[in-house]
Design a protein around this ligand. Structure first.
Ligand code: KG4
Ligand code: ZN
Length: 339
């Protein structure tokens, strides 16, 4: 079965053709980063308008690259939750119209569950990854630590109680006058810095927090307003030192929680996803967790992408059949706390 997967939940417009839920035949992803850069963040109305312009050319390019014609597509899968309402609506309307006009089924999937599924694609792992595994999903909008029990079941262990991890990278980058998005810029700057120059605090969580929860707002405040308090004697107050010390604090807390999840569940496979999972320091730390097999997809499958949607959509269709024609979008999904 060949599935066309459509992803438009935030600022990536991505369409892929995937066979039997795993083999990526083609994928086209157009990021809107350059369009949003001058606002230092994603502007919802600008994003949905850009998706409306991009979706047809992106879908046509994906189809052409796969060597398939529309006649070869058996199912359309699309993200309908969570995300920006207008952006989700563009993808959902496109997917429904395509399915209706071709008399083929469509299936709507959850974006976070799709991220957790991404490691099952052939571009991420040469063989299917056995369940269960610990999923660490870290992006500009989400920070989730969960157990993936099967393709559709994510048991959330914890997440951020305030800012998403990528959002903290973006805010600190903006404070340091780096370009948007800030994650890659911080990582580049950090390579020339001393990660021990500032002893930034790790999150202090309230009593209502779950054991695997994280917080980034205190760290962000320490970097922006209280730097001097945390500077080690003799260390230079340079942007590179701030970037390296911030990156270490933000990533170490995530790796600490993942390590705790591995120990308490006995699950020894860890999968990462989301834009921050492209971070070299995070990847290195996850790879060196003792007795753990880390599955770290290439960057194009960490960020928002149509292949994970097509892959998950295949399994959801096989299990539950098509989605109904009156399926709408949902900006928020209560199970997953997003920032
Ligand atoms: O998954 P993604 O492309 O979009 C969503 O937010 O859904 O993630 C984007 C986020 C941004 O906050 C960006 O700064 C961060 O991922 N990011 C990184 C790196 N590359 C992207 N953060 C740290 N290090 C990176 N190399
Ligand atoms: Zn995402």
């Amino acid at each position: 079965m060949r599935v066309l997967g459509v992803e438009t939940s935030c600022d990536e417009c991505s369409v892929a053709v995937v066979e039997e839920g795993r083999r990526i035949m083609s994928m086209e992803t157009l990021t809107q980063t350059a369009i949003h850069a001058r606002f230092s963040g994603v502007v919802p109305e600008v994003a949905s308008r850009a998706h409306a312009e991009m979706i047809l050319p992106v879908a046509s390019a994906a189809l052409e690259r796969s060597g398939c014609s529309l006649d070869d597509i058996d199912l359309v899968a699309v993200t309908n939750r969570p995300g920006l309402s207008g952006s989700l609506t563009v993808g959902l309307a496109f997917a429904k119209a395509l399915a209706l006009s071709r008399s083929i089924p469509f299936v709507a999937v959850d974006h976070i569950v799709a991220h957790a599924y991404a490691v099952q694609l052939d571009g991420a792992s040469p063989v299917p990854v056995g369940y269960p595994y610990i999923t660490l999903l870290v992006s500009g909008g989400h920070t989730v630590i969960a157990v993936s029990r099967d393709v559709e079941t994510l048991e959330v262990l914890g997440g951020t109680i305030d800012d998403a991890c990528g959002e903290a990278f973006d805010k600190v980058a903006s404070f340091l006058d780096l370009e948007y998005p800030g994650g890659p810029a911080i990582e580049r700057l950090a390579t020339g810095g001393d990660a021990e120059a500032f002893a930034f605090p790790t999150a202090r969580l309230g009593r209502r927090a779950r054991p695997y929860d994280v917080s980034f707002s205190g760290l962000k405040t320490a970097v922006i307003h209280q730097r001097e308090r945390f500077r080690r004697p003799g260390a230079a107050d340079s942007a590179a030192n701030v970037a390296a010390s911030f990156q270490k604090s933000a990533i170490d807390v995530l790796v600490d929680r993942v390590g705790a999840a591995v120990r308490s569940t006995g699950i020894t496979t860890v999968a990462a996803g989301g834009g921050v999972a492209a971070n070299g320091y995070l990847r290195e730390r996850l790879r060196s967790l003792p007795a753990v097999a880390s599955i770290l997809p290439p960057g194009e499958l960490c960020v928002d992408n149509g292949a994970m949607v097509a892959g998950l959509g295949y399994h959801m269709y096989m299990r539950n059949g098509p989605s109904s024609a009156d399926t709408g979008v949902r900006a928020r999904v209560p199970l997953f706390r997003s920032s």
